[in-house]
Design a protein around this ligand. Structure first.
Ligand code: GDP
Length: 534
């Protein structure tokens, strides 16, 4: 039996031992470093530094990746699986830049929990706040890691206060730091009554752990200098009075977050955090779907696509659909039904993203992330089942906030351009609208940077120089309603009508006033800024 507080007896042990989560943080807080240490402890890599090194060799392959590197952002997300003690961790990487909120949102639909990393000197920063709010929309359980405690940090109570205030979540200390900055020697593990001492000399060494029998154990004084011990006892006393204790249910509901203090670069506090993820989880959760929910323990296999990545290997124009398994025990070669098209698909080359490499996945359980290479059949939001017409819901597509026209540098290449654009639309990297009148395309994104990314990807992956130019439109809304009303609307508003890559009707305008007018004049139609991807 696994040592978890939430053992759900109905879950097969293989599923109960899975932990699928993402890390959210502001750039520079230490996400990459922490990821490396996770992998190091997971035995997935031999030495810290490989994640970065690997990332860089991959990045040099292209201008696009170069741009990613120059700007210090991670445009593409990926998944990593590794074992830790009796557990299988699936870490889903979130794109770090605020321009990519939609992608991030979808990534977070594939996880059961998030680890929030904050910099002890900086506290809650803007990007953390935004990502946190996305987690909040899904009531995701959050575990917090306060990093860089080896440096001068803010006052601990102040940090905790800031999280409670800014993020409106209760905070309970799982550990408590001893000393600050250069005097920082380690942490008191509140949950397990242990002293964890940091070794500054060896950054890859797992901290020395000393069992303590309560706070009046004389052993404490042997390891902690007197003035630090006094301060520790005082602060712990205060923490006990001011802060709530760990309540597992509140953690699972996303209303309370435990906080661990540490230093990722010194491998300190990381193990305690991993133990926390293992213990408090949660294990794979029930998935919202239509017409019914999917429980992970169901024997029939199901999963959904939350991300599509094209051209991962420039030599093969393949795409990989990232699938979160929602239920059952998948085995390689299985035939699953692609619910949207009702077609069977033999999943013969699924890949698991082990930290060191991609590897053929012989099997996968609910909670796992697998990659399915395909030629474009699989789109974001698609559900795969063993036949039942289930559709996982809650994977939205947001109306773009910025629109631009796009043209191929060479007018003869416009068919090529269309192909490239459609691919990016299916990948979810941009919205592509084909106006009902005239030629050309309008591309919609959430952040300006995405235009640059698209331009360099189209050039690199399709050898097509393109120009983005100002569009006469600034807003897009999907239009739905019964056919007669819709046809009438389209006829009268032709110059505002476009079609997205699914062929759905979109109304383009530059005035909110227009949108209000349509809503007033066409009560039978619905204008929406989001569309469920399915
Ligand atoms: P990311 O942008 O969130 O992925 O952050 P990185 O992991 O790349 O870390 C940003 C910088 O902070 C790098 O220079 C790291 O070496 C440094 N860093 C990460 N963890 C620690 C830590 O525990 N202590 C100190 N002093 N620096 C750290």
């Amino acid at each position: 039996m696994l040592d978890t507080a939430t053992n759900r007896p109905e879950l097969p042990p293989e599923i109960a031992r899975r932990r699928t989560f993402a890390i959210i943080s502001h750039p520079d807080a230490g996400k990459t470093t922490l990821t490396e240490k996770f992998l190091l402890y997971g035995g997935a890599i031999q030495m810290a530094g490989q994640v970065r090194a690997k990332g860089e060799s991959r990045r040099t392959r292209s201008d696009f990746m170069q741009m990613e590197k120059d700007r210090g952002i991670s445009v593409s997300a990926s998944a990593m699986s590794f074992d830790y003690n009796d557990f299988r961790f699936n870490l889903v990487d979130t794109p770090g830049h605020s321009d990519f909120s939609e992608d991030t949102y979808r990534t977070l639909t594939a996880v059961d929990a998030a680890v929030m990393v904050i910099d002890g000197a900086k506290g809650v920063e803007s990007q953390t706040q935004k990502l946190f709010e996305v987690c909040r929309m899904r009531d995701l359980p959050i575990l917090t890691f306060c990093n860089k405690m080896d440096r001068e940090s803010r006052d601990i109570f102040e940090i905790i206060d800031e999280i409670q205030e800014n993020l409106a979540i209760d905070v309970t200390p799982a550990s408590w730091p001893i000393g600050v900055g250069r005097d920082f020697i380690g942490c008191y593990d509140i949950l397990r009554d242990r002293l964890e001492l940091m070794d500054r000399a060896d950054r890859n060494k797992i901290a020395e752990s000393i069992e303590i029998k309560g706070l009046d154990d004389p052993n404490l004084a042997k390891h902690v200098p007197e003035h630090l011990l006094e301060q520790l006892l005082e602060e712990l006393e205060m923490a006990r009075e001011l802060l709530p204790p760990l309540d597992h249910q509140a953690l699972l509901d996303g209303t309370l977050t435990p906080i661990w203090f540490g230093s990722a670069i010194n491998s300190f506090g990381v193990k305690e955090l991993m133990d926390g993820i293992a213990k408090y989880g949660p294990e794979p959760q029930i998935q919202t779907a239509q017409p019914r929910k999917i429980s992970p323990e169901e024997t029939k296999v199901s999963g959904f696509v939350f991300k599509v990545q094209a051209n991962m290997d420039p030599k093969h124009r393949d795409r990989v659909a990232f699938v979160r398994m929602a239920s059952g025990h998948f085995k390689r070669g299985m035939k699953l039904t692609h619910v949207r098209t009702k077609k069977p698909m033999a999943i013969s080359n699924p890949v698991l993203f082990l930290a060191s490499d991609r590897e053929l996945a012989d099997e996968a359980w609910a909670g796992d992330i697998i990659g399915i290479p395909n030629h474009g059949q699989l789109r974001i939001g698609d559900t795969l089942t063993e036949g039942e017409a289930l559709r996982v819901s809650g994977i939205p597509s947001f109306a773009p906030e910025l629109l631009q026209g796009v043209r191929a540098g060479d007018p003869l290449k416009s068919k090529h351009l269309e192909k490239a654009l459609m691919q990016f639309a299916e990948e979810g990297a941009a919205k592509v609208f084909k106006p009902s009148i005239g030629s050309g395309f309008i591309v919609g994104v959430v952040g300006q940077l995405q235009f640059e990314v698209l331009a360099s990807r189209i050039e690199m992956e399709y050898g097509l120089p393109v120009r983005f130019e100002q569009s006469q439109f600034t807003s897009a809304r999907w239009v739905a309603g019964d056919k007669t009303a819709l046809d009438k609307f389209i006829n009268v508003n032709k110059q505002h009508i476009a079609y997205d890559h699914d062929g759905d009707v979109v109304y383009l305008t530059r005035l909110q006033w227009d949108i209000d007018r349509v809503e007033r004049d066409y009560p039978d139609l619905k204008l929406t800024a989001t569309k469920e991807m399915m």
